[in-house]
Write a protein that binds this ligand. Sequence first.
Ligand code: 13P
Ligand code: SF4
Length: 314
Amino acid sequence: MESMAIQKKEQRNKELRERILQLKKEKNAIILAHYYQRPEIQEIADFLGDSFGLAQKAKTTDADVIVFCGVHFMGESAKILNMEKTVLIPDERAGCPMADMVNVDGLKKLKKEYPNATVVAYINTSADVKAETDICCTSSNARYVIESVDQKEIIWVPDKNLGNWVSQFTDKKFIIWEGYCNTHDQLTVEDVQRLKAEHPEAEFVVHPECRPEVVALGDYVGSTTGIIKYCRESNKKQFIVGTEEGVGYQLRKESPDKEFYFASKYLVCPNMKVNNLKKVVDCLETMQPQIYVPEEVADKARASLERMLLVEAK
Ligand code: 13P
Ligand code: SF4
């Protein structure tokens, strides 16, 4: 009975994949996906990446249509960098609660309090907020973005955990917004220590959106792409992973001979999981939902994103 249901699902997914291929050709579309997406979405992506890689790819693609399988701010960044292209997101409910923790009014107030500060925004922000900032960053380039800034004061929005991590590499003064990722912030020192006791040979690789005391335990700290690369290139065989569980699919694909233990069963971003193959087909057929950003907001937000894209990672 169960195997029949699985067979039926596989057949359905095969049909959906074929339809996606057809629609991509018809519309000259490209599918960009984040590593936290479901495996079946990762499998149909033309490009998989972290927030930085996805923004770079969105800027350079010559497709007419970008289907963005991630969360809203990622699709918005793709649109801002390509106003002439159509950017589709399979499900409008895919937001990022951390991005929603900072708003324009609050940021404007802070800017008035610290008029000499440079405003650095994690890419996990809305277009409206980006438009009020000087430069964006992602977890893969945050250190280099801060180094590229001349001012001694930084207003940092919205992730307090990433802000805390990056502030230790500089003597600049950080004014840090109190935002956080509900998924990464749940991971505790006890969770990691328990797994370390069970797997004493394993290294701990962690995303800087986790709490400072958890990040401090990391043998490697970095973005999703950074974590995947580190594990692939390491001669260690076991890893405890401190980021969203979707990354496990790529980790196991790229390093099939290695073991990965997720540091907590709560490391799931529900927003990243709302997309599925059927919704990808639907959005390509109807060309909806699309991302729209008003020109004047996009122009200001683009300056901040493009300034980030010019920063060289070392
Ligand atoms: P990365 O840029 O490391 O992929 O992170 C994106 C994100 O939203 C992490 O929660
Ligand atoms: Fe936002 Fe956290 Fe989900 Fe990343 S994992 S998209 S920061 S809620």
